[in-house]
Each structure stands twice: as structure tokens, then as C-alpha cells.
Design a protein around this ligand. Structure first.
Ligand SMILES: Cc1ncc(COP(=O)(O)O)c(C=O)c1O
Length: 428
């Protein structure tokens, strides 16, 4: 029987099928005014924005915008044309890579056009037949997809419970019993949804004990954590133990692209083997020039980071006082869990989002199956730019929401168990 490959498109199947089914594009694909910041225009209203990863406020930076405008005037959006190995390599790209390498305290660095593609390219270029990738279960989709690519070329994937050192050790031990190839551990530095930090001291100790390599995708830690914004490795004092340090520019750098920093021979290998970049046009000059200036602001950004933390703490404290449960709060990310009091999680989660939008507070809800049923999580990103008044307005809206929607008064022991399961003990 012949089946039309498009048959599935008439159904609600697919990864986000349930969201497609909801039909309300205002919740699942809101149409935004593009200018990012602490407040944004949405459906004609000014809303306080908590869903944009503009950690240290650089999306609003006029100097960077000016540099980008000048570069657009000088180079247009086409330059350079071609891939890095053909005609798309410039001294500007190479100089910027050296700046990133120096900042990350590694020998060399290499630019990618997207964080997502960078992770795919790096992992798939390094891991193949006989190798094993050992992946944190809660890692971002790009890490899971990178592992799947490595598997397609012959590597084995093993998962460990989120941030669970006992489980990681047990997996590494098993892998080493029959080991024929290399082993690479794949983790995030700051987990972007739940806001907790990788147990880097623990992971580094295990990777040395079991002779593995460590790749860290620090999308939410770069520019945010550590001295001069060097990231989560620096925060824990283990940057030298990280074999491949990766950051995207889509978050604190308020731009696009990403970089990997490592030993020179490893970076050179990636440069010639990471197919997601080798066979793609190089990063446009507008971004290379803008990122060069942005990196100054990130390096000199300790005051910005202090303010970001102040705002994060104020928001977390305000919501905690109302009885909301805010994960461990180890990073600026404020992950707010609310029990929904019913299994109709999407329904209650969606109603909460809508309620907050009527109060001009913009949040995005994360629901089952990403987190356990009966809970809704708002992943909120406090930034340097938010004001006390905006934080206050948000806390008041959460207070009224709880009352008006009859949300349970406080999180129960059972809810805490579920939340802890998210953080430490994801099953699978
Ligand atoms: C942990 C992590 N890695 C990678 C990415 C993808 O980065 P980019 O948007 O630069 O492709 C994201 C973006 O959501 C992320 O959160």
C-alpha cells in the first residue's frame, strides 16, 4: 500500500502536536513586535517581558546597534560570500575567534552560525564508530539531536539521570568495562529550562577518573556566570578541565551564532570536519563586527551582572513569599512551579498564561510532558534592564492570579517530590 508522506500533516501527531492541536496561536506562536527588551509590544499593549534571554540587557545596547548599522552600510548582509573553506574566511573572523579563545582561556576557538548547528557539528565530527556519548537526560534538544547524529555514524548513546553523579558514575563504569573507543560527556552548564547548574566539580572529577572528555553547552551561562562572564566553568573554577567549551550568541550576547573553544588541534579538527558549518556560508560581517563590540560589554559587564542578580533575587523572593516554588535558584533563571490542582495541566497552564497577559505580564508556560503532570512551570528570565516597578507589577499579578484562580495555597510535599524529581532524578 502506498502512503502519502504528507498524510501525517493532516493529524495532530509530531513532537509539539498537542500545541498545534490547541489551535490558539496566541499561546503557541504569539506574534510579537520584534524589538526585544524588558518590555515589549504585544497585541498593541506594552507587556513586561520575562521570556527573552537578554540576561545582561545587551539587546537594548545602542552602541552595538550602531556598530551593526555601520557594518551593514559597509558590507551589506551578503559579505562574506561562501563557506569558510571556499571564499568566506576573513581576518575579522579569525581575530574574533582568537578573542573568544583568549577570553575562554583556551588555545583556539571557532565560530558557528547557530548554537544549535554548532552543537550538532562538534559532537558529530568527534564521535563515531566505537565511541560513546554520555548525555544528561535533561539536556537541550540540540544535545540530544547531536547524540542522535553521532549514533547514526556508529556511536553509542548512554543517558544519565539529570545531574545525578551516582548515575553518571555507574554509566561511565559500565561503558569502561567494554570500552573500545572514546567517551564524551554532553551537558549544559546552566540548564536553560530549570535554571539549575551542572554539578561541574563532580562531573569533572568523574570524567578524569573514567578517562572521558567533557563537552559543555553553556548557552545560558556564557556572559552570565563567572568572572568577566566566562561562564559556568569559570564560576566553579574548573574551566581548565572542560575539554570543549561552547556558548551561543543568542542569549546574553543578544545576537546570533555560537563558538567553541578548546585545544588548537581539537578546534582545527572541528574546523575541517563539522559538516554543519563546513558546508554552510560563513557568519556574516554584520554579526562578526557587532559581536566583537558585544564581547567588550560582556567582559566589562560585572556591574550589569550584579544588577541582573539583584533583579533575579527580588523576583524570586517576591514569588517565594507568595508560596510559589522557585527551583534551587542557582542561576538568574527563575523557574516558577505552580501546582495546577488538576490533571488538566494544559488547560490550567494556558489559563494562567492568559491571566498574566491580561495583566500585561508576558511569560511562557512549560507543562507535561516536559515536567511531571499536575505542575506548570514558568521559565522567567530576569535581566539587568528590568526595573523594581516591573518586578513589583509582576509579583502583584502572580499574587492576584493565585487568589482569583484558586490555585492551591502552597506547594504540597507531593509537589515538592515531583519538582525534585525534575531536578535530580529524571527517570527513563
Ligand atoms: C542549551 C541551549 N543550547 C543551544 C541552543 C540553541 O542556540 P541557538 O539559538 O544559538 O541556535 C539553545 C537555545 O535555546 C539552548 O538553550
Amino acid at each position: 500500500m502506498s502512503v502519502d508522506i504528507f498524510e501525517k500533516c493532516k493529524t495532530d501527531a509530531g513532537y509539539f502536536g498537542q500545541f498545534r492541536k490547541m489551535g490558539e496561536r496566541d499561546l503557541t506562536r504569539p506574534t510579537m513586535d520584534p524589538i526585544p527588551g524588558k518590555t515589549m509590544s504585544y497585541n498593541g499593549n506594552e507587556v513586561v517581558m520575562w521570556s527573552v534571554n537578554n540576561y545582561i540587557g545587551l539587546a537594548e545596547n545602542d552602541e552595538v546597534k550602531e556598530v551593526a548599522s555601520e557594518a551593514a552600510r559597509e558590507f551589506g548582509t551578503s559579505a562574506p560570500m561562501g563557506s569558510r573553506m571556499m571564499s568566506g574566511n576573513t581576518q575579522y573572523h579569525q581575530d574574533l575567534e582568537q578573542r573568544f579563545a583568549d577570553w575562554a582561556q583556551k588555545e583556539a576557538a571557532y565560530l558557528f552560525n547557530y548554537g544549535y548547528l554548532g552543537v550538532l557539528g562538534i559532537v558529530s565530527s568527534l564521535c563515531g564508530p566505537k565511541d560513546t556519548v554520555v548525555v544528561d537526560r535533561l539536556a537541550h534538544a540540540c544535545i540530544l539531536d547531536a547524540a542522535a547524529m553521532a549514533k547514526a555514524s556508529g556511536a553509542t548513546i548512554r543517558y544519565f539521570k539529570h545531574n545525578n553523579m551516582k548515575d553518571l558514575e555507574s554509566v561511565l563504569k559500565q561503558v569502561n568495562e567494554k570500552r573500545e573507543g572514546g567517551v564524551m560527556i554532553l551537558i549544559e552548564g546552566v540548564y536553560g529550562m530549570t535554571g539549575d547548574l551542572a554539578d561541574l566539580p563532580g562531573i569533572c572529577a568523574l570524567k578524569e577518573k573514567y578517562n572521558a572528555r567533557l563537552f559543555i553547552d553553556d548557552a545560558h551561562g556564557v556572559g552570565v556566570m563567572g568572572e568577566k562572564g566566562r561562564g559556568t566553568g569559570d564560576f566553579f573554577g574548573v574551566q581548565d578541565k572542560i575539554d570543549l567549551y561552547f556558548g551561543t550568541f543568542a542569549k546574553s550576547f543578544a545576537s546570533i551564532g555560537g563558538f567553541v573553544a578548546a585545544d588548537r588541534d581539537v578546534v582545527e579538527w572541528i574546523m575541517f570536519n563539522a559538516r554543519t558549518q563546513v558546508f554552510a556560508k560563513s557568519l556574516p560581517m554584520v554579526f562578526v563586527k557587532a559581536l566583537d563590540r558585544t564581547l567588550d560589554f560582556v567582559i566589562e559587564g560585572d556591574d550589569r551582572r550584579d544588577l541582573m542578580w539583584e533583579n533575579s533575587n527580588k523576583l524570586k523572593e517576591g514569588l517565594r513569599e507568595l508560596g510559589y516554588y522557585i527551583g534551587p535558584g542557582e542561576s538568574p533563571i527563575c523557574s516558577v512551579f505552580t501546582p495546577t490542582g488538576s490533571d488538566d495541566v494544559n488547560g490550567v497552564g494556558a489559563r494562567m498564561v492568559k491571566y498574566l497577559r491580561t495583566r500585561n505580564i508576558f511569560v511562557t508556560a512549560v507543562v507535561y510532558p516536559v515536567i511531571p503532570p499536575g505542575l506548570c512551570m514558568f521559565r522567567m528570565i530576569p535581566t539587568t534592564s528590568h526595573t523594581d516597578a516591573e518586578i513589583q507589577k509582576t509579583v502583584e499579578a502572580f499574587r492576584d492570579m493565585k487568589k482569583e484562580m484558586n490555585l492551591m495555597d502552597s506547594v504540597t510535599d507531593e509537589d515538592i517530590l515531583k519538582i525534585n524529581k525534575v531536578y535530580r532524578n529524571i527517570k527513563g
